[in-house]
Design a protein around this ligand. Structure first.
Ligand SMILES: [Mn+2]
Length: 456
């Protein structure tokens, strides 16, 4: 499934026709999401756009080598302008604009040079939004943006959204989509798009190539995962030709791990459990493990891949992690024989992809006992799926071979918007009086935009 030409044209048109672009990846951001967002930032900025790129989480320090990392912002700035318009009819000319600030009040004082301004000449309206287009990358659903979405639902419904993704489970949100479920990474989709547009193709700098290759390398786990296609390899080769710094990526992604991460991986690998008859391999990391190793639950990311490479013949691999906020998180991968997404759904109401899924258990008394309980339930579910396959005599329809880390659940991180709101209320107590003299020559012809910050 390649990108659809009319969707490509519409997406390109959307970039050309908008000026203030907001780019966002999913919460619990991974290297593909972040490098996709930064690649968009590079290209769109080069096209003369005002681009804001948001990292919805704590900045992952391990990705600080990504070009443009220092441009990442944490929060959506949503100051909506409010415009007060004075209609200059009947020969009214304006001399000065003043405003005074009192406690809880701003007075805007319009001083006419000629004529008299009447209340009927005043009108109000909302100004432009800070952004006029949102580009969401590597996210199957808007909910996966976490609080970035839930705190700004109106923004996402009022301005057009372009959805660039490679997840088969993409809900096709947004007015515009560029979705290719056969692409190994979101950066592969972006590469297809950027090279499709003649004027953009030559804009792929070594920095941008490095970003695009980062997503491709990490989402295919260095081209080891079955989602790797001939196309992915071709693109990787082209990106190297365009100056992508592959060694830099490998060095930072695979060879730099904090000691705590290595320790926690060691603990998990030490604790591998195998049920050969059932075809399931699992391991677990408890809260105590994390505390002891001074690690966070995020550092368990990657252990599952190690489980798979250690015992590839099993049908299901699961890693159970007891999470800081309470409960446990199970990440699961499966062979083509088992639908992991269905298994997660039917046992614990989880979800994901056919071959990579996950679920959560919110509360339990004892983590290790709960893990055993989960394994038992998963085994029953696997048995059930195998039975159904035996019953169906028709030739198997080809399984989707898109393997991806499970989509992260929306982050529960609280927004810090309130701080801003509080800061706004702390308007200076003393009076400010600002005067702007209108240059009469510009009034008639064009726009004058006078900006003064209200802050002290
Ligand atoms: Mn991805």
């Amino acid at each position: 499934m390649a990108l659809n030409p009319s969707e490509l044209a519409a997406a390109t048109q959307a970039i050309r026709g908008h000026q203030r672009i907001l780019v966002v990846p999913h919460a619990n951001v991974d290297p593909d999401g972040l490098s996709s967002a930064l690649a968009c930032f590079e290209l769109f900025t080069g096209l003369g756009k005002e681009v804001t790129v948001i990292c919805p989480d704590t900045l992952p320090e391990s990705l600080a080598f990504l070009p443009g990392f220092d441009k990442l912002e944490r929060e959506i700035a949503e100051a909506n302008n409010f415009i007060i318009t004075v209609n200059l009819q009947e020969g009214v000319e304006i001399d000065k604009l003043r405003y005074t600030v009192e406690e809880q009040k701003v007075n805007i004082i319009v001083v006419p040079k000629r004529g008299k301004i009447r209340p009927s000449q005043i009108s109000f309206g909302e100004g432009e939004r800070k952004y006029d287009l949102v580009v969401v990358v590597d996210s199957a659903d808007l909910a996966l943006l976490g609080s970035l979405y839930s705190d700004h639902v109106d923004l996402f419904s009022e301005i057009p959204v372009l959805n660039v993704d490679h997840h088969i489970s993409n809900t096709r949100f947004g007015q515009l989509q560029l979705i290719d479920a056969t692409a190994a990474s979101a950066t592969e989709v972006l590469y297809g798009w950027f090279t499709h547009v003649t004027e953009w193709k030559s804009r792929i700098t070594p920095d941008m190539a490095t970003l695009l290759l980062t997503g491709l390398i990490t989402d295919t786990r260095s081209f080891q995962n079955p989602n790797t296609t001939p196309r992915s390899l071709e693109i990787a080769a082209e990106l190297l030709e365009k100056g992508a710094r592959q060694q830099e990526i490998i060095q930072h992604i695979y060879k730099t791990k904090p000691l705590s991460t290595l320790k926690i991986w060691g603990r998990a690998l030490n604790r591998i459990q195998v049920d050969r008859k059932a075809g399931i391999v699992w391991s677990s990391v408890s809260k105590e493990d994390l505390q002891e190793m001074d690690a966070t639950s995020k550092e368990t990311h990657g252990i599952l891949d190690e489980l798979i490479s250690t015992l590839p013949e099993a049908d299901v691999h699961v890693l159970f992690t007891e999470v800081e906020e309470g409960g446990l998180k199970a990440s699961m991968r499966s062979s083509a024989a088992i639908d992991a997404s269905r298994l997660a759904q039917e046992t614990y109401g989880g979800g994901g992809h056919p071959r990579a899924a996950g679920f959560r258990v919110r509360s339990f008394d004892n983590f290790q006992l709960q893990v055993l309980d989960c394994v038992q339930k998963l085994k029953t579910g696997m048995e059930q799926q195998r039975k159904e396959v035996d019953l169906v005599t028709t030739e198997g329809t080809p399984q989707a071979v898109v393997q991806k880390p499970e989509s992260p659940p929306p982050s529960a991180a609280a927004s810090v918007d309130r701080q801003k709101a509080e800061a706004m209320q702390a308007v200076p107590v003393q009076e400010i009086d600002v005067v702007e003299t209108m240059r009469s020559g510009e009034q008639a012809s064009g726009q004058v935009d006078v900006v003064r910050g209200l802050a002290k």
